[in-house]
Design a protein around this ligand. Sequence first.
Ligand code: GLA
Length: 342
Amino acid sequence: MGLRAWAAGRVNLIGDHTDYMGGLVLPMAIGLGTEITGDHGGNWVMLGSDRFDGVAEIPLAGVDDPAAVEPPWARYVAAVVGEIAPDDGLVGMVHSTLPAGSGLASSAALQVAVATALGADLGDPLAVAQACQRAEQRATGVPVGIMDQLVSLAAVEGSVLRIDCDALTIDHVPFPEDAEIVVIHSGEHRELTGSAYAMRRAECEAAEAVVGRLRDADPVDVEAIEDPVLRRRARHVTTENRRVDALASALAKDQLAYAGELLVASHASLRDDFQVSTPMLDQIVGTVRGVPGVYGARVTGAGFGGCVVVLCKPKTRIGGPVVWRGRPAPGAALQATDQSQG
Ligand code: GLA
């Protein structure tokens, strides 16, 4: 008997750089993701990849330092094996339809696919997401939040997820029937390791030391922060949290023109206050906003390159490198297959 484990990538509709500050996010799973086919058995997790060179060969007991494992993509596998501590090994192949380094959570999809293939309890998506988040932090040293792993595990077809990253609760918000999501690639590849991601998080923490939790901070106090950089970072996080709730309610009420305005406001905040956009991303957002049928667009994910998410009428004609279009897809799944996959 073989197995097939699936983990979806995600696009975040709004709420970027808020998850690691205990804020709000509104992502959805997309139909691109990572699949592992294989068979259980043995004392090793041994995986090949159709995308990356080399083989991940990880002992069931895990390794001391996942960040030192070669090839680099096997670091994620090693860190997840360490978290899940499976009783049984796995031999198989990783197949991915997600472009890596594009802001669509390809690394989270790999972690979640490995955890799923190793028999993690999909009935407890939060615990598995927390294990995968720790794994990503150990594998890369980047202090990521929980959004990517949690949406990959907990997504439900047809709904976006409003995640409260402090209470760690999820509300499913039905996506309007008369709308569609399009994801456009900027052509700019980025790595969070070595990017300003960790610096942004540290700046937000420094701002919290001045005004208290950004989640609850009063805008008047934020505007009084003396350091102009910390003031901008804090302004982004506090205004973005409000936009998440505003977008969740706009989608629920089918107020798509207003929903589009919120996306555009989020982009401006990420560009001007959080400073994680690029001229190419700004240009794509500016151009696509003028296309008939488009309600709004913004950079999605961590930024520094990657993709733009567009909210539009179904079947809107959009030029440029569209990597995916559709409605919210389901999350992780595990299937037994009749034949050995080895
Ligand atoms: C990356 C991280 C997430 C989140 C986003 C920005 O995708 O993995 O936790 O912080 O960036 O919103």
